[in-house]
Design a protein around this ligand. Structure first.
Ligand SMILES: [Mg+2]
Length: 215
């Protein structure tokens, strides 16, 4: 865990969580999400699944070789000519959180404890409907006052647009907002650049340390 906090912390910050890899860990589901989207891309480009997957791998490897930050799957798809509307529709139609996620009572308790001092929000590169279904499946939807999804800005993290949309909705100064996520360049860095604070976690179990750190 790495903290990017400016103490003393206010007791009424807004905590903006990432979803995948932050509030749950389910490698099979993460893989199924990506596979479902690669399948749609293959159809769109009239390629086989393996050819589409290879295309994505090539783009990722080229970026890494040029020391560019990792691109989101959405950004890779945009670069291949897929419209924002189609990216959102593919995710709405083919990602099914309830098939993978179940109620997490320990997470419920931790987030409920955090809500006694802070408001909770979610910023995700999935559409709002997928985010809502995920939080409902985990049994934590009632802890969240605001969800920023891909369909709010049509831009994927690390683009600053979802963070700006969050700040507008929260009506709070950036310094009163703390972003919590599992990827530095995607979740934390863009938030710090806008003047927000951040907590980088290595695994979702570290979320349970937050009440002690933040309260
Ligand atoms: Mg994540």
């Amino acid at each position: 865990m790495r903290l990017f906090l400016n103490p003393p912390l206010r007791r009424d910050c807004v905590l903006a969580f990432d979803l995948d890899g932050t509030l749950y860990d389910n490698p099979g589901y993460i893989r199924a999400q990506e596979e479902s989207q690669v399948r749609q891309l293959a159809q769109f480009l009239s390629l086989t699944y393996d050819e589409a997957a290879q295309k994505i791998l090539d783009i990722r490897q080229k970026r890494a070789a040029r020391n560019l930050p990792a691109a989101s799957l959405g950004d890779i798809f945009r670069g291949l000519g897929v419209s924002d509307e189609l990216i959102i529709q593919w995710r709405r139609d083919h990602i099914h959180p309830r098939e993978w996620l179940t109620e997490d009572s320990r997470l419920q308790n931790t987030l409920t404890a955090l809500t006694s001092h802070h408001a909770l929000a979610l910023i995700t590169n999935n559409p709002k409907s997928v985010a809502t279904e995920s939080l409902s499946a985990l049994g934590i939807i009632s802890c969240f006052t605001n969800i920023i999804g891909l369909d709010d800005t049509f831009k994927s993290k690390p683009h600053p647009a979802p963070y700006r949309a969050f700040l507008d909705a929260a009506r709070r100064l950036p310094e009163d907002c703390i972003v919590i996520g599992d990827r530095y360049s995607v979740d934390i860095e863009p938030a710090l650049q806008l003047g927000m604070q951040g907590v980088l976690i290595e695994r979702p179990s570290e979320v349970h340390l937050l009440p002690e750190i933040l309260d």
